[in-house]
Design a protein around this ligand. Sequence first.
Ligand SMILES: [Zn+2]
Length: 217
Amino acid sequence: MRTVIMGAPGAGKGTQSVRLARSWKVPHVSTGELLREAVKLGSDLGRRVKETLASGRLVSDAMMVDLLRERLAHPDCRSGFVLDGYPRTLKQVEDLDALLASMGSALDATLLIEVPDDTLLHRLSGRRSCPSCQRVYHVDQIGRRDGAVCERCGTGLTVRDDDKESTVRRRLQVYHEQTRPVLDHYRRQGSLKTVDGRGTPDEVYDRLTSLAQMANG
Ligand SMILES: [Zn+2]
């Protein structure tokens, strides 16, 4: 299965990609991790990525294609991959299609985990994090009271900047603006499969696997 997985922040995309990849015995290719690994390995490409990130610029489309070409040509991608975090723009959709075509392959499906913004807002802005051990809680488990402490290490829980309500709203808005053209493209092409991302991770996972089976024929 060669799949792209898409979803808003808080939709559970990361968790579900890891599970799907494990069950299909293909790698989970997260572009965020790919960038970090390239920097760590210090290859020629990695050094260019590092310079770009250090200067606060965005990694160019051409650099992303180089990174993906290297990764997807790896033998472990022979029977597929779950691509997470890419493509984010129409240009990147074209780049990915061209890259796969040059390797004699194509995407089997694009999976979208769809969650209403209200639910995402509740999930994300309800997060409380331990600044010491990074464990994450949700107000649904621990209550909204102030002074809650981490079960593991006893440190007082805080709201990360990323999880503040105003920030979450902005992140969701950026997500929608950025990905709408990409989703429209895959929808027109008929390759977009949408699952309801509400409910427990197990429920969403079951929906994804049955949908992917259908996509795989
Ligand atoms: Zn802790």
